[in-house]
Design a protein around this ligand. Structure first.
Ligand code: NAD
Ligand code: UDP
Length: 310
C-alpha cells in the first residue's frame, strides 16, 4: 500500500510519515518547504520512503498508483499564515482541489487536515462537529479559516458528486517535538522564553483558553480516521482545557524557570475559548488522548532543550 503525505516535511506531516512507515506503507512525501524543513525527515532511512519537492497549488501527475492521500500541506501557525496570506488561501483552495483530483484519478482514499479554526471565535464550548462556527471572513485570520472551510466544502463536494472516498479531520492545537522554536505558536514561544530566561509573553489578559494535544495522540487519531469508513468531519484533540495564563505558569513550573510573565496586546480575532468535544472520535474510532499535558510538555521541553544546546 502506498500513501502520499502533502506537507510531509512539516511538524505533523513528518510524524505521520514515521507512523505510516512503521506500519509498513510505502510513503511519498510531497512538500515545497515553505514552512517545513528537511531536518524533520532527515532521520528516515527506509527505502520505502521518497520525497518530492513540489508546490501542491500546481497540478501533480504520478505514474505510480497511490492508495491513500493525506493532505496536510498548509501554513499552520498564525504568524506563518499572516506572513503568507495568499499562499495560505491558495494551498487550501487550489492545493486541495489538485489533491482531490489526484485522489480521484488514483481512486485513492483522501484525508483533509482541517482545523478547529473552522469554528472561529466559538460561541459554544466545547465545540462539537455540528457547530457551524463564528468566523470573521475578512479579518487577518480569515485567510486560514476560510481556506480550510473552502477545503472542507470542496472535499465534501468531491465525496458527494465524484464518489471520492474522503475523510476530514478537525485538528485542535497540537504540540510536540519538531515544532519550530520560532514558529510563533504559544507552545514553542513559552518554552523557548522559559528556557532562555526571557519574559513569557502572554497576549491579552491570558483568560482565553486552549486545549493542547500531544503529537503522537493526534497522529494516531488521524490514522484511525483514515482507516474508518466515516466521511463527515471528526474533531481530534485533547479536551483538557486551560487558560493561557495558567499555561504560562505550568511551563514555568515544569521548566523551573524564573522568567517573568508579561502581558502583550491580544492579536485581532484571537478565539476566546477552544476545547474539542471528542465524543465522535471516541465512539467511531475508539480513540482518546493518552498523554497528559505534563507528560507531553516534558517530552517537548526535552526536545527544545536539545535544539537550544546544539
Ligand atoms: P507545518 O507548517 O509544520 O507543516 C505544513 C507543511 O506544509 C510544511 O512542511 C510546508 O512546507 C508544507 N506546505 C505548505 N504549503 C505547501 C504547498 N503549497 N505545497 C507543498 N507543501 C506545502 O504545520 P503543521 O502544524 O505540521 O500543520 C500541518 C497541517 O495540520 C496543516 O494543514 C494545518 O492547517 C493542520 N493543523 C495543524 C494544527 C496544529 O496544532 N499543529 C492545528 C490545526 C490544523
Ligand atoms: N499566545 C500568547 N503568547 C504567545 C503566543 C501565543 O499568549 O507568545 C496566545 C495566543 O494569543 C492564543 C493562544 O496563545 O490565545 C494560542 O496561540 P497559538 O498561536 O499557539 O495558536 P491558536 O490557537 O491561536 O491558533
Amino acid at each position: 500500500m502506498k500513501a502520499l503525505v502533502t506537507g510531509g516535511a512539516g511538524f505533523l506531516g513528518s510524524h505521520l510519515c514515521d507512523l505510516l512507515l512503521e506500519k509498513g506503507y510505502e510513503v511519498l512525501c510531497v512538500d515545497n518547504l515553505i514552512t517545513g524543513d528537511m531536518h524533520n525527515i532527515a532521520h528516515i532511512k527506509s527505502d520505502k520512503f521518497s520525497y518530492m519537492r513540489h508546490d501542491v497549488t500546481k497540478p501533480l501527475y504520478l505514474d505510480e498508483t497511490i492508495d491513500f492521500l493525506f493532505h496536510l500541506a498548509s501554513p499552520a501557525s498564525p504568524i506563518d499564515y499572516l506572513e503568507l496570506p495568499i499562499q495560505t488561501l491558495k494551498v487550501g483552495a487550489l492545493g486541495t482541489h489538485n489533491m482531490l483530483g489526484l485522489a480521484k484519478e488514483h481512486r485513492a482514499r483522501f484525508l483533509l487536515a482541517s482545523t478547529s479554526e473552522v469554528y472561529g471565535d466559538p460561541l459554544v464550548n466545547p465545540q462539537s462537529e455540528e457547530y457551524w462556527g463564528n468566523v470573521n471572513p475578512i479579518g487577518p485570520r480569515g485567510v486560514y479559516d476560510e481556506a480550510k472551510r473552502y477545503a472542507e466544502a470542496i472535499t465534501m463536494a468531491y465525496h458527494r458528486y465524484h464518489g471520492v472516498n474522503t475523510r476530514v479531520v478537525r485538528i485542535f492545537n497540537t504540540y510536540g517535538p519538531r515544532m519550530r522554536l520560532n514558529d510563533g505558536r504559544v507552545v514553542p514561544n513559552f518554552i523557548g522564553q522559559a528556557l532562555r530566561g526571557e519574559d513569557i509573553t502572554v497576549y491579552g489578559d491570558g483568560s482565553q483558553t486552549r486545549s493542547f494535544c500531544y503529537v503522537s495522540d493526534e497522529i494516531e487519531g488521524i490514522y484511525r480516521l483514515m482507516m474508518s469508513d466515516y466521511s463527515l468531519p471528526v474533531n481530534i484533540g485533547n479536551p483538557e482545557e486551560c487558560t493561557i495564563l495558567e499555561f504560562a505558569k505550568i511551563i514555568l513550573h515544569i521548566t523551573g524557570s524564573s522568567s517573568k510573565i508579561v502581558f502583550k496586546p491580544l492579536p485581532v480575532d484571537d478565539p476566546k475559548q477552544r476545547r474539542p468535544d471528542i465524543k465522535k472520535a471516541m465512539k467511531l474510532l475508539g480513540w482518546k488522548p493518552e498523554f497528559s499535558l505534563e507528560k507531553g510538555l516534558k517530552e517537548t521541553i526535552k526536545y527544545f532543550k536539545g535544539i537550544l544546546e546544539s
